[in-house]
Design a protein around this ligand. Structure first.
Ligand code: BDR
Ligand code: CA
Length: 307
């Protein structure tokens, strides 16, 4: 089985992605490392622990950085709820987080599985950037890095050009994209091309097991929020990234290009600047996923919900 490590800031769509990872028999989930992002670190850690409990999965949960590397950033509680899980008032999990910091866990697990590790990031890149500063040789031990983040033609969801995970900690994203020779990128614009009908999602949630019931409850507000703004299709950014990570054979179209993160800019801090024309002479450090097998994606989502 392929060793898997997920850095995440749960978050409603993170939760679906994690359920997908829990359900995959061909990957062995080694740990969750937890970022701040959608909401504060206390909530994202508690949410990760709760989701493991609901799914009956025993995986170490490592808290990471409570703030971005350099500059404060606004969270996304207005989408995910004040607690990041839809404010359902769930009873906290009995299990406890690990003492080892997320950045140290990333370095240790990469050493233990050198060359084979599948590393997936579903949140701001603060923990991974810190790990890279501690040990810049880390990329040589990572088999694949899949990043949910960015907006590759400047159509963001946090500012005009920037996507949330990159905009939350642009310096961290800059470190990551400069360090890895080829990150696989699932950006916000790809997410918008891979929606599901709300009516289908409602049916899956009704048909599923205890995981689906929990997911139904925590996602209710975000599903309403998205139906009001984006119409009949519902989108799950982190779930699409997880499908790409777990089953790369489903990628129908991808393009390799240089990608850099804008750290300044009056309008564009946190934008992912993709050199589509290859004007910069920089290496193609990003594999940008443009199209994924929608039926395969749906099957994974349903499998994760027991539907
Ligand atoms: C990303 O931002 C977060 O709010 C989601 O969890 C996802 O990782 C989408 O832009
Ligand atoms: Ca996320």
């Amino acid at each position: 089985r392929i060793p898997l490590l997920i850095d995440t800031d749960p978050g409603v769509d993170d939760a679906l992605a994690l359920l997908m990872a829990f359900a995959d028999p061909r990957h062995e989930l080694k740990a969750l490392t937890i970022a701040a992002g959608n909401v504060g670190l206390g909530h994202t850690v508690a949410n990760a622990l709760k989701l493991c409990e609901i799914a009956g999965v025993d995986v170490p949960v490592h808290p990471g950085c409570p703030v971005p590397l350099l500059h404060p950033a606004a969270d996304a509680a207005y989408v995910h709820g004040q607690d990041g899980f839809g404010d359902t008032g769930y009873a906290p999990a009995a299990r406890r987080p690990q003492d080892e910091h997320a950045a140290l866990a990333i370095l240790r697990i990469a050493r233990e599985h050198a060359g084979r590790l599948l590393l997936v990031t579903l949140g701001p890149l603060t923990n991974l950037a810190l790990a890279l500063r501690l040990d810049p040789t880390l990329p040589s031990r990572v088999g694949r890095l899949v990043v949910m983040g960015g907006a590759v033609t400047g159509q963001g969801n946090t500012s005009v050009p920037a996507e949330f995970n990159i905009a939350f900690d642009p310096e961290a994203a800059d470190i990551v994209f400069r360090s890895f020779p080829k990150a696989e990128v699932v950006d916000w614009e790809a997410v918008l091309r891979h929606g599901f009908l709300h009516t289908d999602v409602d049916a899956w949630l009704a048909a599923g097991d205890a995981r689906a019931r929990f997911y139904d409850a925590i996602s209710l507000n975000t599903r309403r929020w998205s139906a009001e703004r984006r119409g009949e299709r519902w989108h799950s950014a982190d779930a699409l990234a997880m499908a790409v990570a777990l089953a790369p054979g489903g990628v129908r179209r991808a393009e390799d290009r240089p990608l850099a993160v804008e750290l300044e800019g009056r309008l564009s801090r946190g934008a992912t600047v993709v050199d589509w024309q290859r004007r910069s002479g920089q290496p193609d450090n990003a594999r940008i996923v443009l199209d994924y097998d929608q039926a395969a994606f749906e099957a994974r989502v349903r499998g994760a919900l027991g539907a």
